[in-house]
Structures are given as C-alpha cells and as structure tokens.
Design a binder for this molecule. Structure first.
Ligand code: AMP
Length: 217
C-alpha cells in the first residue's frame, strides 16, 4: 500500500500529477483545495469560513483543515493507499498528520516535492482553467481544451479560479515560502522527502514520478 504527500508551490502541477497517479495506482486522492472549493460551492459553514482566506490567497487556519483531513482519513477508500494533495502545508499540519497516520497504522511512502521556478508558476497559474463540474485542469496555451471554455472530459464549463488572479498568486507564493518550505525540512529529517523537477510537461513529470516509483520496488 502506497501513501504519498504531494507538495508544491501553487502551479507546480501537484493536482495534475495527483490525478494521473491516482488513476494509475487506484489511490484515494485527497485534495484539501478541492474539498474546500466543494464546501464553498455548497455554501456550508466550513465553505463560508474558508472562502475569505482562499480568495485572499491565505491559508485556512490549521485547526479547520486538520479536522477536515482527520474526517476524510476515516473513509474506507483510504485503505487502498492515498495521495494527500495540498496537505500538509504547515509544520503544525505535518505534526498532526504524523499523529493521525500512526494512530491508523498508515505508513507514509514519501513526501514528494514538485519543484518549479516562481516565473514558471506565474505563467502556469494565470493561464489555468478548471472544469466547474469535474475539476479537470487545462491551460490556455500549454494544455488547451479542444473547444475554448469547454471541458474535454465531461463537457462542463471551464472557469478561472478567483485565487489565480495575480495579487492572490503572489500572496500564495509568499505563503508557500514562509509556511510550507519548513514542511520540506520536516520530511527531509524523517528521510521521506523526494524532489522531482516539475518544470517539464505534465506527461514528462509523470514519467519522472514513475521512474521514482520503480525505485521503490
Ligand atoms: P489548492 O487548490 O491546493 O491550491 O488550495 C487552494 C486554497 O485552499 C489555498 O490557497 C488555501 O487557501 C486553501 N487550502 C488548501 N489546502 C490547505 C491547507 N492544507 N492548509 C491551509 N489552507 C489550505
């Protein structure tokens, strides 16, 4: 059973890679960003609380997000292995996760950093478009849908996330540097950190991930 954490600056492609790897390895894909966006869309109290932080490009408070993940880890699909995509993003979250994993006897396979420059991130995010219905991710120039504004997968409407607007992008990058980079040292100390150069196309980055998988046996 494989359990991964995918870490990356916004726009590093962790969500795209998580979707590919989830389908290839049949893992539960736990994206805290997707869960929060679903809560915002449904207008739940959690969604209302989270929206102000998300729109500003700020992190949702640790206790809120830790509670959300703790609940999600109780679902039966987690038994087949999992990818945590976008969590943990702070050392407090990483510590809470270690506790949850050990209580559930889940062993972390690796914390994978998708590494990419800040310039590439801004270019990627400003062109990113997401399907309103199924969450599939496109890019206006790097990975355009067959028909502008329409999802290739399900025919849903594509939109630009509010937090993919430039001021929010800058804020999210700052938050990655300040809050999430210490998480890398946390996993490095545990001997679990793996870095993948994510500056290439999604298909090439996926190949790189698979080469890493092959080393696991
Ligand atoms: P993402 O789709 O992973 O880029 O997440 C979008 C937004 O959701 C982030 O900018 C945060 O506001 C919030 N978010 C997602 N995951 C977390 C987390 N682990 N901790 C705090 N906030 C989060």
């Amino acid at each position: 059973m494989k359990n991964f954490i995918f870490i990356g600056a916004p726009g590093a492609g962790k969500g795209t890679q998580a979707a590919l790897v989830r389908d290839e390895l049949k893992l539960a894909h736990i994206s805290t960003g997707d869960m929060l966006r679903a809560a915002v869309k449904a207008g739940t109290p959690l969604g209302e609380q989270a929206k102000q932080y998300m729109d500003a490009g700020k992190l949702v408070p640790d206790e809120v997000i830790i509670g959300l993940v703790a609940e999600r880890l109780q679902e039966p699909d987690v038994d087949q292995g999992s990818i945590l995509d976008g969590f943990p993003r702070t050392v407090a979250q990483a510590e809470a996760l270690q506790q949850m994993l050990s209580e559930q006897h889940i062993e972390l396979t690796a914390a994978v950093l998708f590494d990419v420059s800040e310039e590439a991130v801004v270019q990627r995010l400003s062109g990113r478009r997401v399907c309103k219905s199924c969450g599939a991710i496109f890019h206006v120039t790097n990975n355009p849908p067959k028909e502008t504004g329409v999802c290739d997968v399900c025919g849903g409407e594509l939109y630009q996330r509010d937090d993919d607007e430039e001021t929010a992008i800058r804020q999210r990058l700052a938050s990655f540097r300040k809050d999430t980079e210490p998480v890398l040292s946390f996993y490095d100390k545990l001997g679990k950190l793996v870095t993948i150069d994510a500056s290439a196309s999604p298909a090439e980055v996926n190949e790189r991930f698979k080469r890493f998988l092959a080393t696991l046996g």
